[in-house]
Design a protein around this ligand. Sequence first.
Ligand code: CMC
Length: 428
Amino acid sequence: MTKIATLEINGNKYEFPIIEGTQNEFGIDIKTLRGVTGGVTTLDPGFKNTGSCESAITFLDGEKGILRYRGYSIEELAEKADFLEVAYLLIFGELPTAVQLEKFDADIKEELHVDEDMKNILDGFPKSAHPMGVLSSLTNALIAFNPGSVDVASDDAMYRAIVKIMGKFPVLAAWTMRKRKGLPLDYGDSTLGYVENLHKMMFARPNRVYTKNKIVNDALDKLLILHADHEQNCSTSTVRIVGSSHAGLFASLSAGISALWGPLHGGANQAVIEMLEAIKADGGDTAKYIAKAKDKNDPFRLMGFGHRVYKNFDPRAKIIKVAAEEVLADLGMEDPVLDIAKGLAKVALEDEYFVKRKLYPNVDFYSGIIYRALGIPTEMFTVMFALGRLPGWIAQWREMRQRKEPIGRPRQIYIGEGYRPFVSVEKR
Ligand code: CMC
């Protein structure tokens, strides 16, 4: 039986159907609200209570700390799958068979190059440019070298666009780092796996034979999987909303990269390490920084803490914390910043301010410690996030187009001046 929500405005009652997801989530379907009420709208800054779409890709329960891609738990995927399998799963809905996976891999490998002229664009950036800005620009620039928008009605055209960006994106990401370091650009090696090849493209030295390292590869694989999708977060919503105007896939991804860059979103992983380093340089006084985070007159926030949706724990943070310890042990490294992070988390998790607001370490809190152990420079951390999020963005963009969603165009409540006659400049 259809469940109904009743809304009363000035004595008039309106009924709206309540839709139910497959995991007992309920949403009031207000598609007809403005029509039946004569223009009443809703106000929900930051969309804290608003579902923007129905989606079959990622399920998360913030109260219980559950995250699943297409029904598979993040814990199992991080343990048993590799990144390319997860990418396929997210984009196409099912885990690939061995044959499908082999084809996906081979088709991506056919795209492991970008037009040499893209180097001219890269060269135009100063070495000091932040890699996220460069990556967003290069992703947009790819359109010029691959013109024509994707025919979303054609499975084949969609597939070609997907393997194209899956192949070229790691090349661009690696180049942003090499440019910064003054290293010659590397095109990788198509005999390597997807993640191994990414690592080679980032770290290969011109005068040395590249050797792969299983510990490093497994750690990277796990991090990419953990970042691969997170339903309607800021960057994904950006990708969907840009795509909803029928802008192409690469343009939508470029916008998503810009959204991810911000320190309240993916940029938090860089901000966390910078914060931990600052605390270390300041004598490791975690209590001082907890007090700063709680002080409403101080703009400081505990980076890597809190989440819009998780109000219990972030399952990704749990996995990453263990992985950070394992990776440091496997590589025979110690990082004093890990101890500061653990100390900070311990104090915060017992502090009333954080407990009351349900603020827990999020995915970004420990990931930077692993990236650092793998030799990845701090300013590349958010690029690593983007590399992981790529299949999620693609899957969400594809779903949005296949479901023929309308252009994203929220309403507002205008609070400005009423009509005023124009005053000429000499009379102002
Ligand atoms: N440090 C101190 N106080 C905090 C923090 C924090 N990190 N996060 C939230 N609060 C407080 C906030 O001041 C507010 O307090 P009050 O109710 O007294 O006004 C309350 O907790 C609720 O915060 P909010 O900003 O309304 O919550 P939100 O859902 O809008 O924001 C967030 C979520 C992730 C942007 C926020 O927690 C934050 O800024 N965290 C730090 C940045 C960060 O780690 N971002 C990564 C998020 S996970 C990965 C990703 O999405 O990319």
